[in-house]
Design a protein around this ligand. Sequence first.
Ligand SMILES: *[C@@H]1O[C@H](CO)[C@@H](O)[C@H](O)[C@H]1NC(C)=O
Ligand SMILES: *[C@@H]1O[C@H](CO)[C@@H](O)[C@H](O)[C@H]1NC(C)=O
Ligand SMILES: *[C@@H]1O[C@H](CO)[C@@H](O)[C@H](O)[C@H]1NC(C)=O
Ligand SMILES: *[C@@H]1O[C@H](CO)[C@@H](O)[C@H](O)[C@H]1NC(C)=O
Ligand SMILES: *[C@@H]1O[C@H](CO)[C@@H](O)[C@H](O)[C@H]1NC(C)=O
Ligand SMILES: *[C@@H]1O[C@H](CO)[C@@H](O)[C@H](O)[C@H]1NC(C)=O
Length: 406
Amino acid sequence: MDTASIASSNQTVEKPATRSSNLSKKCKLWLVWGIAIGLLFVGSLIGGLIYYYTQQANHAANAQVPPDNGPSTDYTSNTTIPDNPNYVRSFWGIDYTPRGAQMDLGCSVTQNDVIEDLKILYQLTPRIRLYGMDCNQANLVLNGMNALGIDMGVIMTIWVDGNSTTYQRQYDEFWKTTQQFGYDRLIGVSVGNEGKYFCPAVLTSIFRKQTTVDDLVSKMEDVRKGLADAGQSHIPVYTTDINDLDQLLPHMDAILDNVHPFFGGTTAELAANWTWKYFYEVDQYPVLKFAKTSGVQKPAVISEIGWPTYPVNETVKGAIPGIPQLQRFMDDYVCEANKRGIPYFWFEFKDEPWKQWMFNETRESYWGLFDENGNLKNLTLPNCPMAPWTKGDLTFPQPAPLNTTN
Ligand SMILES: *[C@@H]1O[C@H](CO)[C@@H](O)[C@H](O)[C@H]1NC(C)=O
Ligand SMILES: *[C@@H]1O[C@H](CO)[C@@H](O)[C@H](O)[C@H]1NC(C)=O
Ligand SMILES: *[C@@H]1O[C@H](CO)[C@@H](O)[C@H](O)[C@H]1NC(C)=O
Ligand SMILES: *[C@@H]1O[C@H](CO)[C@@H](O)[C@H](O)[C@H]1NC(C)=O
Ligand SMILES: *[C@@H]1O[C@H](CO)[C@@H](O)[C@H](O)[C@H]1NC(C)=O
Ligand SMILES: *[C@@H]1O[C@H](CO)[C@@H](O)[C@H](O)[C@H]1NC(C)=O
């Protein structure tokens, strides 16, 4: 079917019921995140009240951001990338959070860690997506790429949690990073990651100030204006969100959706088929419909897709965490998604055990292809090689619309 016939058909797009279980789970996780952020603020108040006031005053005066006290970009790592035959550049993109990049856990990330990660990531994917700007992480990534002499496309995220101080800190860091490293590797900017849909309003108002569509739209416009002022208006700006698409879509340059067959409660065997259908119905169909009415075609992108490996008893209906399950889903999904032309970021590079504490959810910590120390799990990685990323490639491929009579 072509775009026009899809958009003019009477098809109604139902959100699968599975999204709500995903949402309520995210809600629970983010409540704990809210508590953690709260703890951070208490700590910050005790440890850094004066610093924050100074910073706020500087922002108000539109002055220079104070010098960064984050980790050093010095490194001793061997910057030759050893060729590992087990690694094939088969993933369109990979979600990446460097270890120790959580401000409330003390920002222990080092340049050497990030360089060692990039040596592997470069062999697995042309692109990475980061979740925030704290702890110098984007700076370490870009500096690490310079050190290794590699190019990869990077989506940077300016974290939105409803607290203007957190946002301002990340926002300032974003512009500081672009000033230092330029825009060459920046393939997109996400203003927030599921910033709007964590919890029912009553709970949200206790733990965090809920971000609204209007707030996200004005933040996106502001970032877009900043990019235009820097002569970079070609860089797409969006948020990563899952509802109110109709309101957000006119203000975004792409839809980014975190798509999780696991939380949909499907078995690993059915997960790839589940995903093709979900992506079409929830992400691709709305942009095709929007293109019909507005004449503007925007890409739909899967910003997270993956499968947890532990603990096996924490199931969601038919979805069981496990390495064999991850292997099965990866085998069914990765090369086929590449063939179809679906842009996606695999979730995720390494396990993140810190989330056990942060989210009170063991299962949330073990989505890595690698364990937290960078050892490949007992997996055979997919083998459908693609070229490294090249400067200026900001394209998102789009698959042919699914024939939903299948
Ligand atoms: C936002 O963060 C600042 C600085 O840490 C803190 O003083 C303020 O109370 C926070 N606001 C909310 C609504 O949590
Ligand atoms: C750096 O790593 C490469 C590839 O593994 C190796 O051939 C080389 O000997 C290493 N150099 C040093 C100084 O360790
Ligand atoms: C997935 O869908 C395809 C095409 O509809 C079908 O041939 C295949 O059997 C399905 N796979 C599973 C495991 O159901
Ligand atoms: C899974 O097993 C662990 C111990 O092996 C236990 O602590 C945990 O509560 C179990 N989770 C569920 C959901 O049963
Ligand atoms: C963490 O989960 C346990 C078991 O589900 C629960 O008893 C505890 O209250 C939770 N803690 C937080 C901070 O949510
Ligand atoms: C790794 O997985 C294979 C199945 O793919 C299994 O036969 C083997 O026992 C596993 N090895 C370890 C060390 O768990």
